[in-house]
Ligand binder design. Sequence first.
Ligand code: HEC
Length: 115
Amino acid sequence: MILRVTTIFCVGLLLVLGYTACSTSPGRRIYIDWGCVRCHGASLSGSTLGPPLKGLRSVWTREALVRYLEDPQAYTQKDPRLKALAARYQAPMPKFMMDGETRRMLAEFLLAQSE
Ligand code: HEC
């Protein structure tokens, strides 16, 4: 009896975990896999290492955001808002060697986050 209850519980748990893993959007997967979480947090609300990434739609177009992600430091040098933002953190936003498609999916995921 106990064995059966345990089995049912474990199977149920696996189903829930499997569902959660599979329902993660591709953009969020990229965000997690490339380690953005380390500085911007799992819920994108920022940390001592990086700013929150919410409501980016009001300051970024998709094209500009993709360009920023290609080479954050080069972009930041030309953008007063980003320069001021970067000055608040110890280390700058790193450059990630991802392909264009991955970068576009990531930008779309970020722009879909509201405040
Ligand atoms: C080592 C910490 C660190 C990591 C890892 C990191 N960032 Fe950043 N990020 C920063 C800092 C610091 C800034 C502030 C601006 C700057 O330095 O250019 C920033 C700024 C940004 C901005 C601009 C925010 C705004 O207000 O416009 C975006 C977008 C962003 N990061 C996305 C990402 C994504 C996506 C990843 C993962 C691929 C990532 N970051 C990984 C530290 C980090």
